[in-house]
Design a protein around this ligand. Structure first.
Ligand code: SF4
Length: 245
């Protein structure tokens, strides 16, 4: 896989985000998917993908705890682009077992419980879906937090064993919003209410002016714990530096 990644990195070094999306969609035709959580970056990528491909593979994780605003945006996105969005659900028996044992809001009790919830509701469904792919696209950006510096546009995803493509890895927040405005891309109304980063409703809150853009995610935890394993860096398999959308 490393040789292939090196080759793609070489060939696409000068490519814009759109060109990179087009390149990987063609190169991995039928074996690549885009995981959207309907954040601003994901909406940019949905717009790019739908302009490139008439029926892109787009999927999302419905944890069962998403804000209503995200469901509204999901529907708005489906309508605007006419795109089929696969909605992945967690294993209901595992959710039942977890909630019956630890309670519905277990994530506030301990980091272990929070990671358990993220694993059951997010990681396991994502893992099942990625098992059928050779590459996946996601909206991570290096600027989003200190745990994402060094993020490459094309890299090995050691956690899930495929290639991860982050076309917006080197984009700034301003670029994202400029694209959204110029292309009339629908976005989550929570962004206008002080939420720069949006996840599950009980684990996300608005940030104050000047606060880190991810300060509203799992706000009760120390920054180094703010991960759930969706984006584990290769070099951190043995150590621990993970990021989460
Ligand atoms: S973000 Fe919160 S509610 Fe969502 S899966 Fe993780 S712990 Fe559970």
């Amino acid at each position: 896989m490393n040789e292939l990644i090196n080759e793609i990195q070489r060939e696409t070094r000068q490519y814009s985000a759109e060109q990179l999306v087009e390149y990987v969609v063609e190169r991995f035709e039928g074996r690549i998917g885009f995981a959207s959580s309907f954040g601003a970056e994901d909406q940019v990528l949905t717009d790019m993908l739908c302009k490139i491909h008439s029926a892109p593979t787009v999927f999302t994780l419905d944890t069962g705890r998403l804000p209503e605003e995200t469901y509204r945006l999901m529907e708005q996105t489906r309508q605007k682009y006419g795109v089929r969005i696969e909605i992945l659900f967690p294993d209901c028996a595992k959710v039942e077992e977890m909630v019956n044992e630890h309670g519905p809001n277990l994530f506030y009790e301990s980091i272990e419980n929070r990671k358990l919830c993220c694993r059951v509701r997010k990681i396991e469904p994502l893992k099942r879906r990625l098992a059928a792919l050779d590459a996946w696209i996601c909206g991570l950006r290096a600027e989003q937090s200190t745990t994402r510096t060094g993020l490459l546009r094309v890299d090995a995803d050691e956690t899930f064993g495929l290639i991860k493509v982050c076309p917006l890895a080197d984009w700034t927040t301003e670029q994202v919003w400029e694209y959204i405005r110029s292309n009339d891309v629908p976005y989550n109304e929570l962004h206008d209410k002080g939420y720069p980063s949006i996840g599950c409703a009980p684990c996300t809150r608005a940030v104050k002016p000047g606060e880190d853009i991810r300060a509203g995610r799992w706000w009760w935890e120390a920054p180094e714990h703010k991960e759930c394993g969706l984006h584990l860096h290769a070099e951190d398999d043995k150590g621990k530096r993970e990021t989460e959308k």
